[in-house]
Structures are given as C-alpha cells and as structure tokens.
Design a protein. Sequence first.
Length: 197
Amino acid sequence: MNKKRFFMLLAGPLLMFAFAAQSAQAEGWRFPVGLTYVSNFSRVVDIYRDNIHWAGYTTTADSYAPAGLSFNPYYQFESGFAVGGGIGPIMAISASPYEFVDFPVNLDVRYYIPASESIAPYARAGVRYHIASGDWVSNSSPGFIGGIGVEFLRNRRIGAGIELGYDTATIELDKMRTHTTEKVRPGELMVSIFAVF
C-alpha cells in the first residue's frame, strides 16, 4: 500500500471525527491534548547526524527534544468502549540544507473501566502510521499502537490523564556511510501526560 493511499485511509476518519465533534453531544466526545515523550527518536537523530557528517558538514548543536504535542480525540459509548484517532507527536530535525519531519497518525479502539465517578483506567489498541518526509527517508510502514492509562477528574469540565504506550510502526532511513537502509521505530515506548476537554 503506498503512502498517499494509507494517509487517506487514516486522515479521512480523523477529519470525520473533527467535523462530527461540532454537532455531537458533549458527554460522548472527549479531546485529550498533551505532551508525549518517545523513546527511540534518538536513533533517527543519530542516523541524520552521521549522514550529515558523511556529506561533509559538521553539526554545532547536539541537543534535541524527544517529545511533542499529541491530540487524540475519541467518542465514548455508554458501554465503556470508545473509538478515536490521533495525531502526533510531530517530531522534526532541521540542519540546513537537510530536514526531517515525522507526522504520526493513528486510529484506535479503547475500553474504559469506571473506577469511580472521576477516575477511569483504560486500554487502547489500533494502527499507526508515520507520515515521514526528509532527505534520507525511503519508506514508512504501518504498525500496531497500544497503550494503558488512567484519566482523572472525568466529572469535571477539564480532566487529566497519563498513558504508557508502545508503537511498532517503522520508517526506513538511508545510511550514507554504509550505503544501506535501516528500519527505525521512531516512537516505540511512549509516555504521555494530557488534559482532557
């Protein structure tokens, strides 16, 4: 499946969720927005740094932020099941004239177990795809995304939550020094803290 077709399959339902949210009842829709740490973005940075050095350039900054904003809206049914999607965290490398941008998207199903009126542990599972572009990106492959978490203050207008997730989707990067490619899971282990609107 090519990248454009897969993007359309994922982006279409996400857009439908966004438009439906305007007319849906407030108690069904929830909009988590937060900060997500990803464990394996450092591997992408290492490959880009090595390629830049191989191209004859030097890097002056050696720091990066392995975290970014995420948005994961979902619609919850009375049974505790929920369907939703997600965007992010968007990760980027800018080392002129070379650049890299990763725009992850996903669709998932969830199940919430009401522990009390305000606290609900949950598990989610779905499919994830990294819409990655850059000088040495040769391919992207979809993978599984799963997570367990807890939402707090669900009976209030703005709640909060924390999640531990895992992402198996890969991108394939060219390695200039060895003239090979490497499949990298840029997300892999993820930790998120978020507000729920």
